[in-house]
Design a protein around this ligand. Structure first.
Ligand code: ADP
Length: 287
């Protein structure tokens, strides 16, 4: 009930950080501000997802026809920056026109969550493929990756709230397990279908089947998507850029080993400790 109360102060903090980022030129400050900004955006995103989940429980979403022809390809393309950063081979193949029966915002959220996960759970050098094609009276959206995969017995569970897969192992990939639960709720609310097939260490494929619109292309003007800022998408897609480690400063004879799986927290601890002691940083015990 109080989720929405978090949104305003977080948005204000976001604005203040932007203001500082625009006026600040010193690199040590801009780096810290970028970390603050990324984590603040992540909080806003989580609050939005919580709000969306509670809204879905409270009321049903409005279903109708929409035209995604103009914005779907550019939206998918905005992930190219993340693909380049992570050295992931990224291919998008989308049919035209795209006239869907459902809810546009819900579709954007489904796409956003599935694509973000594909990049999040795929290692450097892997690949992510998006295919949208027409099949009789439906469209089929396939988002496939060559990432860490999800074991057979966990495949149904990952759609439950707060469930994360064991395949994560020691990988320091942050997340809370709301995204897929939201995807499932949205897909169900629109009477669409979602299927997951996955093999551990080989990859995952999410297939969404959506009915075609009843209206024709002349009756459906194209609209803009609401997630348009690709830089925001890049920021939200977690720790794509692993920070460069600061050179150890030899202030004391002590060496501090920081073991922390959140990269931003790692960096934060390192910034505090490194002026006094030598630092070694690892993401997990095995490392
Ligand atoms: P989050 O990513 O925040 O943990 P999600 O609800 O989006 O939450 O996903 C739930 C879990 O499903 C993830 O924690 C991860 O273990 C698994 N998962 C989701 N998408 C993928 C994917 N493309 N490849 C491998 N595992 C995935």
């Amino acid at each position: 009930n109080i989720s929405h109360e978090f949104r305003t102060p977080l948005t204000i903090v976001n604005g203040v950080i932007d203001e500082l980022l625009n006026t600040q030129t010193e690199q040590r400050y801009t780096q810290s501000l970028e970390v603050a900004k990324r984590n603040n955006l992540r909080l806003i995103h989580m609050v939005d997802q919580l709000l969306e989940v509670s809204r879905l429980n409270a009321e049903s979403i409005i279903i109708g026809d929409f035209n995604a022809s103009d914005w779907l390809a550019p939206l998918c393309q905005s992930y190219q920056t993340i693909a380049n950063d992570k050295k992931i081979d990224y291919q998008v193949s989308i049919c035209e026109p795209i006239l869907i029966h459902g809810n546009q915002q819900a579709f954007e959220k489904v796409l956003y969550n599935l694509l973000s996960n594909a990049f999040k759970y795929t290692r450097e050098g892997g690949s992510v493929n998006v295919v949208l094609e027409e099949l009789d009276s439906n469209y089929q959206l396939i988002i496939a990756d060559t990432g860490i995969g999800i074991s057979k017995h966990e495949q149904a569970n990952v759609f439950n709230r707060f469930q994360r897969s064991e395949s994560l192992g020691d990988a320091a990939i942050p997340g809370v397990g709301i995204g897929l639960a939201l995807v499932k709720d949205l897909v169900t609310a629109m009477q669409w279908n979602i299927e997951l097939s996955s093999v551990v260490n080989k990859g995952s494929q999410f297939k969404v089947t959506m009915p075609k619109a009843n209206k024709s292309i002349d009756e459906l003007p194209t609209s803009n998507n609401s997630i348009s800022d690709s830089s925001q998408i890049a920021l939200l897609t977690e720790e794509v850029k692993v920070h460069e480690k600061a050179a150890p400063v030899r202030k004391s004879k002590f060496m501090v080993l920081i073991v922390e799986d959140n990269f931003d927290m790692q960096r934060h601890l390192e910034t505090i400790i490194s002026p006094h002691h030598q630092c070694l940083v690892a993401s997990n015990g095995t490392q």
